[in-house]
Design a binder for this molecule. Structure first.
Ligand code: BT5
Length: 327
């Protein structure tokens, strides 16, 4: 953990507590002037830290910006996801940056956030709207011990973790739409894009890209998305602090990645099924130029959707766009 992260962690626990410069010097094992210059640096970023010559430093408020040190200080210990965090002001796509890190041999678990993306993407090259300062647009580099056939487990685990973290932090009721959408009040609030580098029988690495609309207003969406998309702020009626939410999501992702890495996908799938509004419904799925319709029955042990087609066959679906039909 960096010194900034250590200072923020110290000032946060317990909330509003005061620490003298001497306390911090002892706790962080550095000089008084180093503490002072780091506090100044944090203030310059917008952290309101008051200092009283007799009582010490106190954190009054933190800005809603993404700062790797702050996310790390809120995250606590993790096994893999979030071991290292990078935050960029702007990128083309955070998936591109994570992909480059993968090719450079960086170990799994690194997370890349951007305040804005100029070419944020969804599946099949679709655009992902990612305006500055209001969302969580990030990618996680993973090197899972999964075959390309079972890698849908990652998307399922990501959706489950994301949904759980949103509920914990906002009390909003979330729904999962297979395979990669999180909905609130029937509108899309987040999407997951899993990109792979794989051989026939094994995955070299996977980049899990997550886009979550946090504090966007309706006007931040292009007109064609205003009826389909929402943000946590629009749905909850109040802004949500992104750093805390980001830490909660990484913690839950780390937990579910651990579960699938240990072969406990069934536990994740059970939780996923409880939140998935696709199951049990009559759906229409576009697969390239083909369209299949039927009843979404379950997900199998690989994370694929089992569809009972209108012709009575059981079809295994690993991708595509699902529309829920009126039941
Ligand atoms: C997704 O694709 O839902 C996956 C989105 C993943 C975005 C993240 S952001 C960080 C990382 N870096 C990237 O470049 N991407 C990932 P898909 O299911 O194909 O949905 C795309 C469709 O969602 C678009 O065609 C629009 O209709 C809609 N859409 C675009 N931006 C949206 C937004 N901000 N909120 C809700 N819907 C949106």
């Amino acid at each position: 953990m960096t010194l900034d992260a250590e200072i923020l962690k110290a000032l946060r626990a317990p909330p509003g507590a005061e620490f003298s410069a001497a306390d911090l010097v002892q706790r962080l094992r550095c000089s008084r002037s180093t503490v002072r210059s780091h506090i100044e640096g944090l203030r310059a970023l917008g952290y309101e830290i008051v200092s009283d010559p007799h009582r010490g430093y106190r954190l009054v408020s933190a800005p809603d910006l993404l700062h790797a040190d702050e996310i790390l200080s809120l995250l606590g210990p993790v096994e893999v996801v979030g071991r290292d965090i990078h935050v960029f002001k702007e990128t083309t796509s955070t998936n591109d940056v994570a992909e480059k890190l993968a090719r450079d041999g960086v170990r799994e678990g690194v997370v890349v956030f951007a305040e804005s993306q100029t070419r944020g993407r969804g599946r099949l090259g679709r655009r992902w709207v990612s305006p500055p300062g209001k969302g969580l647009w990030f990618s996680v580099l993973l090197r899972p011990n999964l075959s390309p056939q079972t890698v849908t487990q990652l998307t399922v685990a990501a959706a489950t973790a994301l949904s759980r973290a949103i509920r914990q932090q906002t009390d909003l009721a979330t729904e999962i739409k297979w395979p990669n959408d999180i909905l609130v009040q029937g509108r899309k609030v987040a999407g997951v894009l899993t990109e792979l580098s794989a051989e026939l029988d094994h995955v070299n690495h996977a980049v899990l890209g997550i886009g979550l609309n946090v504090n966007l207003t309706t006007g931040d969406f292009p007109p064609e998305l205003r009826k389909l998309a929402t943000s946590l702020k629009v749905s909850a009626g109040r802004p949500v602090r992104r750093a805390e939410l980001a830490a909660a999501i990484l913690r839950e992702l780390d937990r579910d990645y651990g579960r699938i890495s240990r072969g406990q996908f069934t536990a994740v799938a059970d939780e996923w099924e409880g939140q998935c509004t696709t199951l049990g419904r009559h759906v229409s799925i576009r697969l390239g130029d083909r369209r299949v319709t039927g009843r979404a029955e379950s997900i199998d042990e690989d994370g694929a959707l089992q569809l009972r087609t209108d012709h009575g066959h059981l079809e295994r679906i690993t991708g595509g766009d699902v529309s829920l039909e009126k039941s």
